[in-house]
Design a protein around this ligand. Structure first.
Ligand code: PGA
Length: 228
């Protein structure tokens, strides 16, 4: 199982310093810190990701390209996080293609919002988002993170059965449309308590952990539980 920490914009330099002091023995783990802290994490010899990249074809103040990330020794990038999808009209296809062409592993976030969920349109939303992958050069280095928008940062999670069904739907659709087996992580309010049951979902390949990954003790506990 793969565990990815998405530390968003939560931490200050002091938080990072304290965190890194306790950060030992993290295997099968990728941490995606704020870009400004990436060198500190790289020095620790762990797998590091960025939280987003834009295509190298564009010049955008404040952004990072896949080429820049790769040149730093970064191995992963998140793309299409709902917090970005909601605010920016991003071109997911060109960002993913550019990341793939620069040999980054892509963690592509998809998931339904609360209106989709309430109107039983989850599959329709997932189908639309998976359909957007039609012009991706290769899905070989793409991992999907299934993150229901309503579960992010809310303390709410779907039932294990709902997650299992949705992951099954994602995997079958990707296979049907693109002929590829894809790994799928679950993300949305994963913590040290609920991970004890979430890890029993038979088709989940790991977790994308937000807030709980910013507390090293909690994050280590999550890793322990998942690897147990
Ligand atoms: P959360 O965030 O674990 O804090 O809900 C997950 C994410 O946004 O990737």
């Amino acid at each position: 199982m793969l565990i990815v920490g998405n530390q968003k914009n939560y931490m200050t330099t002091k938080d990072v310093r304290d965190y890194l002091k306790e950060m030992t023995g993290l295997y099968n783990v990728v941490i995606c810190p704020s870009s400004i802290y990436v060198p500190y994490y790289l020095k620790k010899g762990i797998h590091v990701g960025v939280q987003n990249v834009v295509s190298s074809d564009e010049t955008i103040t404040g952004e990072v390209t896949a080429k820049q990330a790769k040149s730093m020794g970064i191995e992963f990038t998140i793309i299409g996080h709902s917090e970005r999808r909601e605010r920016y009209n991003e071109d997911i296809t060109s960002a993913v293609n550019d990341a793939i062409n620069n040999n980054l592993n892509v963690i592509l976030c998809i998931g339904e919002d609360i209106d989709d969920y309430n109107s039983k349109a989850t599959n329709a939303k997932l189908k639309k988002q998976i359909g957007e992958l039609v012009n991706i050069v290769s899905l070989d280095n793409v991992i999907i993170a299934y993150e229901p928008v309503w579960a992010i940062g809310t303390g709410k999670t779907p039932t294990n059965e709902e997650i299992e069904n949705n992951i099954d739907y994602i995997k079958s659709l990707v296979k049907q449309l693109y002929g590829k087996e894809v790994r799928v992580l679950y993300g949305g309010s994963v913590n040290r308590e609920n991970v004890k049951t979430l890890k029993d979902i038979p088709n989940v390949d790991g977790f994308l952990v937000g807030k709980a990954s910013t507390n090293i003790y909690e994050f280590k506990r999550i890793i322990e539980v998942v690897n147990d």
